[in-house]
Write a protein that binds this ligand. Structure first.
Ligand code: NAD
Ligand code: DAU
Length: 354
């Protein structure tokens, strides 16, 4: 069968990647989707059981730092489009192990760029390297203002510094080698399949297990939350309509102080599990702040909304309710990912024995 596009999606077994893979596999049967993922602690093929047998889907266990393996994928599948999501993604892990982030996020991105440059040399027409990045490259905001596509980069954690470096590499390949690229920088995602090292799924898991809810510092830090499926549809929109060489900010104008968000989660979970009102809030525990903790992120996505017409599909209340329902209905997924290595990570991060 001949496909209209042969798309390599990296990191497709992770949280956001699995939603992007599902959207493209189901919406575009005329595209072949090759999911290349190293299956680190964050990669989980259980995220994709519903689409794994689709005729336009292929999984390849591959490390993006492995030049021979990545070059082979471009050749074997005649790859014409890359959606690059593979990364080390958790800020706290980047504080304890920065080199893993330098390796995957910087060396891995450079390896992919080289492979694309080599494969597409002289035939760049119709090709696209789409790099998925984060709003954290812009640094930390005070109480007011928003990140726009023109905000200067000011990364402050090893994670955000490695993502900023990867963005710079992507732009450098555009200017130097005319590699067709697009970058998008998105705010905090939440939704089904979110690994419970991140705030929202960690809180849901801990509430369900009646464990303390660790709130860093005073809980005053602000994040701008977007439902993961809305990030996937933004990527779809930008990939098909965005201009090569451009950057798009993605966000839903949905800022929450951590402590307010945790209180809302407690309330919703009390309601949904039939517990006495106020019982989950008692689990809130203020703990030592994250080193270099960015105060506030807030995305201005006017360009994406006005130029390409993208809008988020759900309100935060709807998205959070769907997310909690997913975790309540997928307790075996949660059990699988919170056994073994997760317990060791949790003990090291929160100094709590289990
Ligand atoms: P995740 O940690 O859930 O998933 C990362 C995936 O990459 C996993 O499947 C993992 O196995 C894979 N991976 C890691 N190292 C690899 C390597 N060397 N080779 C191949 N695969 C490897 O991450 P996520 O939250 O889904 O984030 C995906 C992307 O989106 C990242 O680039 C991240 O920086 C970006 N992003 C995330 C958010 C967010 O809120 N989670 C927001 C904006 C941007
Ligand atoms: O902004 C986009 C970024 O959002 C992505 O690029 C990252 O990959 C993603 O992990 C996320 O980074 P954050 O550091 O903002 O997300 P996290 O869920 O780790 O933390 C959200 C907020 O909650 C942050 O202010 C730290 C705080 N927090 C987090 C944890 C895990 C707590 O108070 N307690 C916790 O236990």
């Amino acid at each position: 069968m001949t496909f209209m596009k042969n798309i390599l999606i990296t990191g497709g077994a992770g949280f956001i990647g699995s939603h992007v893979v599902r959207l493209f596999v189901t919406k575009y049967p005329q595209y072949r989707i090759v999911n290349a993922d190293a299956l680190t602690y964050a990669g989980n093929l259980e995220n994709l059981t519903d689409i794994k047998d689709q005729p336009n889907y292929i999984f390849e266990k591959a490390d993006i730092c492995d030049t021979a393996r990545i070059t082979g994928l471009f050749e074997n599948y005649n790859i014409d489009t890359v959606i690059h999501l593979a990364a080390e993604s958790h800020v706290d892990r980047s504080i304890s192990d920065p080199l893993a982030f330098v390796n995957t996020n910087i060396v891995g991105t450079a390896t992919l760029l080289q492979a694309a440059k080599h494969a597409w040399k002289g035939q760049e027409e119709g090709k696209l390297f789409y790099h998925v990045s984060t709003d954290e490259v812009y640094g930390s905001l005070g109480d007011t203002g928003f990140f726009t596509e023109f905000t200067a980069y000011d990364p402050r954690s090893p994670y955000s510094a490695s993502k900023a470096a990867s963005d710079h590499l992507v732009r450098s390949f555009y200017h130097t080698y005319h590699l067709p690229v697009i970058i998008s920088n998105c705010s905090n995602n939440y939704g089904p399949n979110h690994f419970p090292e991140k705030l929202i799924p960690l809180a849901i898991n801990n509430i369900l297990n009646k464990k303390p809810l660790p709130v860093y510092g005073k809980g005053e830090n602000v994040r701008d939350w977007l439902y993961v499926i809305d990030h996937a549809t933004a990527i779809d929109t930008i990939l098909h309509s965005g201009k090569t060489g451009e950057t798009f900010n993605i966000g839903g104008h949905n800022e929450w102080k951590n402590i307010d968000l945790i209180r809302l989660l407690c309330k919703l979970l009390d309601e949904k599990t039939g517990q006495e009102a106020g019982s989950s809030e008692k689990l809130i525990t203020f703990v030592t702040d994250r080193a270099g903790h960015d105060l506030r992120y807030a995305i201005d996505s006017t360009k994406l909304q006005h130029e390409l017409g993208w809008v988020p599909s759900v309100t935060f209340e709807e998205g959070l309710s769907k997310t909690i329902d997913w975790y309540l209905q997928n307790s075996s997924w949660l059990q699988h990912v919170t056994s073994g290595a997760y317990l060791d990570y949790y003990e090291k991060q929160y100094h709590e024995s289990h």
